[in-house]
Design a protein around this ligand. Structure first.
Ligand SMILES: *Cc1c(COP(=O)(O)O)cnc(C)c1O
Length: 333
């Protein structure tokens, strides 16, 4: 397969760094822990959605759209990166935000990613939790089309086969970096939500026959549902890149033990993970995704699931802007 055949806007700062986390590795006393810095993709404090948007926004441009529309939770990192990407392309951006947590905290509702959505000039509307947001978005888009706007809709998280190409490409990039420094990756782990990141990664890994086990730590759905979502998208992604059938159901593995009460509600171990990364490595995680992924990583090390001598790569998917919506979850004495 040859990804250069797909239209793409080269806006991300790539390759993102691959670094060893010396102090976190020493603290956990077991495996060597590395970090792939997709929090450093460049646009508007970075994050994983920028890789997907490189392909999605090129497709939007090719379709002749003058406006992009997407949806997400109130503190959506995807919405913020879409707003920034649209600004750089001179396109309008409209965002539908879903209240998934019911929080009344003014920081949660107006600061962090929401502040940045406004700063990038996007328009936004809010909806109660639990409705079918992709369906709602299509309804709003149809109304705007009736008014003469040329709207391109992007599903939540940018997770379709076009967006997942960004993470097929990330798998190639990471494996090339590891090859160049003779780093054998025993496990690759990350936070998984709308499934595009994991689906793209597993498709890339399998298409290269790299034999690297991939593990997604869930942030919302139960294990079976999450794995099913990732697998279905991986099937479509593999087909799109001309490698149908490379991903098998058993290649898709999620661990959803660290979700807690629900999406966007941090647990004690989420906060502990965020503080450990901040205080041992100077790295910012977030309370919705990367903090839960890191809590899973830390617990897996402590329980000996990842063993001494193994090399683990944690893909940092970003999200630090969301911290400013969650200051009340921290208690510094
Ligand atoms: C969206 C997001 C994820 C999850 O990626 P998916 O492709 O939606 O599974 C993980 N971390 C952060 C910070 C995100 O914004």
């Amino acid at each position: 397969m040859h990804l250069a055949r797909f239209p793409r806007k080269h806006f991300a700062h790539l390759p993102t760094p691959l670094e060893k986390m010396e102090r976190l590795s020493a603290e956990l006393g077991g495996p060597e822990i590395w970090i792939k810095r997709d929090d450093c993709t460049g646009l508007s404090t970075g994050g994983n959605k920028t890789r997907k948007l490189e392909f999605l926004m090129a497709d939007a441009e090719a379709s002749g759209a003058d406006m992009v529309m997407t949806q997400g939770a109130t503190q959506s990192n995807h919405a913020r990166q879409t707003a920034a990407f649209a600004a750089k392309m001179g396109m309008k951006c409209h965002i539908l935000l879903e209240d998934r947590t019911g929080s009344n905290d003014p920081n949660y509702n107006e600061s962090g990613n929401v502040f940045l959505d406004d700063l990038h000039g996007a328009s936004r509307e809010k909806h109660p939790g639990g409705i079918d947001m992709n369906a709602k978005m299509e309804e709003v888009a149809d109304q705007m089309r009736a008014d003469g706007k040329k709207v391109y809709t992007i599903p939540g998280g940018g997770s379709n086969a076009t967006g997942a190409l960004g993470y097929v490409n990330c798998a190639f990039e990471l494996i090339a970096q590891a090859n160049d420094r003779s780093l054998v990756i025993d496990h690759l782990v990350h936070a998984t939500g709308s499934a595009g990141t994991q689906a793209g990664l597993i498709t890339g890994i399998k298409a290269m026959n790299a034999n690297i086990p991939l593990l997604g730590y869930g942030v919302r759905a139960p294990k079976d549902k999450q794995e099913e979502n990732v697998f279905n998208l991986a099937l479509k992604t593999a087909e799109k890149i001309g490698a149908p059938g490379v991903v098998k159901r058993e290649d898709v593995v999620a661990n959803t033990d660290y979700v807690g009460e629900g999406y966007g509600i941090p647990r004690e171990d989420t906060i502990e993970a965020i503080e450990m990364f901040a205080q041992l490595e100077g790295i910012l995680l977030d309370p919705v995704y990367s903090g839960k992924g890191a809590a899973g990583l830390i617990d897996s090390c402590r329980k000996g699931h990842f063993k001494k001598g193994e090399r683990i790569v944690f893909l940092h998917t970003g999200g630090a802007a969301g911290l400013f919506g969650y200051t009340s979850a921290f208690d510094f004495k």
